[in-house]
Design a protein around this ligand. Sequence first.
Ligand code: DUT
Length: 243
Amino acid sequence: HRPGGRIDFENVSFGYEGSAGEPVLKNINMTCLPGETIGIIGSTGSGKSSLVSLVPRFYDTSSGSICVDGVDIRQLDPAKLRDRIAIVPQKTILFSGTIEENLRWGHEQATNDEIVHAANMAEAHSFIAACPEGYETRLGQRGVNLSGGQKQRLSIARALVRKPDILILDDCTSALDTATETKIKQSLKAFAADVTCLIIAQRITSVMDADKVVVMDDGEIVGIGTHETLMKSCRVYVEICQS
Ligand code: DUT
């Protein structure tokens, strides 16, 4: 397994095509070291999802550059770049098929052991094993109905099956209780220590143990640091903590 990717944002600005007015991201500078866990926090519309969507090149920067392991991502083969990155989106997407098919999706070559290992890390194995037909249980109209939190855990497991160098969790733990969320983060630390993780969250508790937290406000980074540093130095962070 390759070591996690280093990501460098340098003077990045970005605006959606057709949207008049101010850019959505302004002069973003940040470095994510291999294996680091970076929390990203900020009010709704502050640009968190836009920021992470630039890494796999769902969109390209308007100005500035993003490098992965020192290479400008525009110089990389997009398929190879995306192969190294797994994104768990805000809205879980599962299709009608078995749980296993859903976990294997996009990475058909995964072995059964790899599937179970990923499910374990995502705290999904126990409820899958408790389903009528385990990993062969069908989802969707004529299958089992899962809770929002169970769906989120399948979505995280699916990303882990791909063994990414860079893992992006876009506010995908909102339906999980804090204890489950903590267990998943501990598993990631233990078994995927070399994966660079970007974790967008609404709750401070989701990011306060990250190596560093990036605070977004109106398309700009207004603070980068540990929870302790930001509590002393970043007004927006303190406000989020108090809200
Ligand atoms: N925006 C668009 N087009 C899109 C997506 C977003 O114009 O396809 C705008 C909406 C908003 C800004 O970009 O003004 C930033 O949105 P983003 O979704 O990046 O913000 P967020 O911090 O991730 O918000 P949330 O916490 O609500 O997901």
